[in-house]
Every structure is written in C-alpha cells, then in structure tokens.
Design a binder for this molecule. Structure first.
Ligand SMILES: NC(=O)c1ccc[n+]([C@@H]2O[C@H](COP(=O)([O-])OP(=O)(O)OC[C@H]3O[C@@H](n4cnc5c(N)ncnc54)[C@H](O)[C@@H]3O)[C@@H](O)[C@H]2O)c1
Length: 387
C-alpha cells in the first residue's frame, strides 16, 4: 500500500475543512475516496467523490482504508466502534467521546494494533507545547508544584450556538465549553502535567447564553504528588486570556498568547525546595535566568495530525495523539461538569457508570427548547486562532 484511501464522515464545518485540505494536496499519500453525511445537501461541493448517507455503508464499501469522523460528538463513539470492528484505521475528531463510559467502549473496540486509531488533537503539533513537554519530560522543571491555565479566549456569541441543533444540548452534544472548545486544552493539560486525583469546580450552566450546558467553569485540582492546579474557561468573556503556567521546583514555564515572548522559562539557578531549606536570607528567592524559548509558527495543526495518521498507517510512524489518550480529557471534562452540578469535590478515577447515569438523567429531564438558525454559516474561519 503506498497511499491511504480515506473516507470523511460528517461533511459539516470541520469535515469539509479536512476534505478541502486533502483535495488541495496538503496531505501527501492520502486520497479522499468517499464522504458521508446524513444531510445530502453537503455533497454538492464534492461532485466527484463517492457519497454515502450512512456511515455503515461507507465503512463497508471497500472504498476506504481509513475514516476521519467529524460528526457531532456522540457519533464518534458509535461510528468509531463500527469502523474499528471492521478493520478500518480511524481518526476521530475531539472529544473521542462525550463521556468516560463511551470512551471506554470505544477504546475496547480497538483490539488490533495493526489498525491505527488516532484523535484530532491538532494543538499537540504546536512547537510551544512540544517544547514544554520536552522540558518537563527531561526533568528540567524539577518537581511540578502548580499547573494553571486561564483559557477564556473561546468567546462564542449566541449565533454560534444557534448554528446547529445539536450544539450546547445534553442530548446532542453532552456538554458545553468543556466538551467542545476545551478538549484541546484539557488534552494538553494532562499531557504536560499529568492527571489530578481530585477536581472541584464552580461556574454555570447557560450563564452567558441561552443554552442548557456549561459555559463558565473555574476548577481546582489536587495531584497525587501534592501539586495543585487551576483551569479556568468560558465562552462568555471577551477579551479573553490564554495563559498556561506550569511551576516546578526548578522554575516556571509560561505560554501566553498575548505576551511578546510566546514561551518563557524562568529557571531557578537553585531548586526552590533546596533553597527553602538552606537559605539564610529570610526574604530571598532563588536567582533566576529568564530564558526566551524561540517558537516558530503554530505547527502544522490539522494537516500535521492527518499527515502523521497517514505515516502511521503506511510507515508505522508513532502517533502524535493516540486516541486512547483521549479518555483523559473526557474524564477531566466529566469530572468538572459533575463537580459543578453537584457542588462536590470529585475523586479520580471518575466512576464512569455514575457519570453516564447522571448525564442520562439530564437528557431525560431536559425542558430546554433549542432555537436554531439553519441559515447560519458553518465556516470555521476564525475558530482556530486561539492556540
Ligand atoms: N479539531 C478542531 O479544531 C475542531 C474544530 C471544530 C470542530 N471540531 C469537531 O468536529 C466535529 C464536528 O463539528 P462541526 O463544527 O464540523 O459540526 P457541524 O454541525 O458543522 O458538522 C457536523 C456534520 O455531521 C453531520 N452528521 C450528523 N450526524 C451524522 C451521522 N450520524 N453520520 C454522518 N454525518 C452526520 C451533520 O449533518 C453535519 O454536516 C465535532 O466533534 C467538533 O468537536 C474539531
């Protein structure tokens, strides 16, 4: 095999952006051989590509080696399971599933290691986060003490929520800012800082929009090693902030999109824990070196993940974002949603069955009436500018 025959399932805003990148030759050794959408009006833009109204038919058509799933979230699980069980390489959009129990079912369907299973965590291609990851993995930050992310530049007006009937409903989307905008940040947060052991969140459901799901979240984390963290997000605040700080005993890494230096390492000459024990200077702090880490561009993003998926299938390259790792961001989102709605601190690992039952209760008891604007644009222009 010298090229991958790909089918895209869900040709809405994101699916058509993926299709256009492939048809535009941005992903070598990848041919778009089929598309699928339950809304056949989406096919008009691609008259030369075989189109299906059912994902089952596309998966069994013999026309594809791999699929990219870009449907509303709940279908990532069902369509992903179907594709994997039929020996089709699968790249799913984020989040891999809406809730942890679904993520467990999806991951359990990936039984053949020859079949590649990846997630569209395109922000993992951003050199700023790759460098942060390297520095942490090499131990240069020392023992992590604090992880903080203020990620409030996901502002969305009402018209965004009205652009799709599935959006911002428990039944259609399974959550709000935590399951739609933040999977990228939550994935990076756990990739860089690991998983916490407890989560406590406050915020609001439909606080700034006429929606039934969360659009404002401030969460606190505790980690097994004693570190603490905070994750603050909303789609209702403008201007927003995107500032990630990870502090360790050897210094502090800061990514700030509004700063002139995108990635900074303020490095302690002496480990702060050691200084704490040995310094005679009552108000002193360790000497620091201010290191401006050069970061060029934002990485290849969606194209990079698709290229890597193709390279994994054809050359055995390691995946940048194995889908199995996507369960962590789902679990973090669910834990925050659960805490926010119950007012209680949530212990991890999250009880996936309990959260699923809670979500089903929200769906069953929903009285929310969704207003949609079917003429709204599905263009994603402007939606990727937040990394
Ligand atoms: N990685 C990113 O940067 C990024 C950005 C935006 C959206 N996304 C993800 O892409 C996915 C789609 O989001 P969107 O904004 O394109 O939504 P959208 O509503 O514009 O598109 C979804 C499409 O899926 C189709 N669809 C629904 N159910 C289907 C089914 N069972 N089988 C086949 N097609 C079906 C719809 O008709 C629609 O055309 C979401 O999971 C979202 O989180 C990712």
């Amino acid at each position: 095999m010298d090229k991958v025959r790909l089918g895209i399932i869900g040709i809405g805003g994101m699916g058509s952006s993926h299709a256009d990148q492939i048809l535009g030759g941005k992903v070598p050794r990848c041919e778009l051989t089929a598309i699928c959408d339950i809304d056949p009006s989406k096919f008009a833009k691609y008259p030369n590509i075989k189109a299906f109204e059912s994902s089952e038919e596309l998966i069994r058509s013999g026309l594809v080696d791999a699929v990219l799933i870009a449907t509303p979230h709940y279908f990532h699980t069902t369509i992903g399971i179907d594709a994997l069980q039929n020996g089709i390489h699968t790249l799913t959009e984020k989040p891999i599933s809406v809730h942890k129990a679904d993520a467990e079912r999806l991951i359990a369907a990936h039984t053949d290691p020859k079949i590649k299973f990846a997630a569209m965590f395109n922000q993992r291609t951003d050199p700023a986060y790759i460098k942060m990851h390297d520095i942490i993995q090499k131990g240069e930050l020392g023992k992590i003490q604090r992880t903080n992310w203020i990620i409030t530049n996901w502002f969305r007006p009402e018209s965004y929520y009205r652009s799709g009937g599935w959006r911002a409903t428990w039944a259609g989307e399974g959550g709000g800012v935590l399951v739609n905008q933040c999977p990228h940040n939550l994935d990076l947060f756990q990739w860089l800082g690991g998983m916490p052991s407890t989560v406590y969140a406050i915020g609001g459901l439909g606080k700034y929009h006429d929606i039934e799901v969360e659009d404002d979240v401030s969460a606190l984390f505790e980690y097994e090693n004693g570190a603490v963290g905070a994750f603050i997000t909303t789609t209702g605040e403008a201007p927003g902030t995107n500032r990630l700080e990870i502090a360790g005993t050897r210094g502090k890494l800061v990514v700030d999109t509004s700063a002139s230096v995108r990635l900074r390492f303020v490095r302690n000459e002496q480990d702060s824990a050691e200084y704490n024990k040995t310094s005679k200077n009552r108000f002193g702090t360790p000497e620091v070196w201010n290191i401006e880490i050069p970061v060029h561009g934002g990485g290849e993003q969606h194209i990079g993940i698709k290229k890597n998926f193709v390279a994994a299938i054809l050359d055995g390259a390691p995946l940048i974002a194995p889908a199995e790792e996507g369960i962590h961001s789902v679990e973090l989102a669910n834990a925050m949603q659960y805490s926010l709605m119950t007012g209680k601190k949530v212990e991890l690992p999250l009880d996936s069955a309990a959260y699923e039952a809670h979500l089903k209760g929200l769906i069953a008891n929903s009285t929310y009436k969704k207003v949609t604007d079917e003429n709204a644009s599905t263009s994603l222009a402007g939606s990727f500018g937040t990394f």
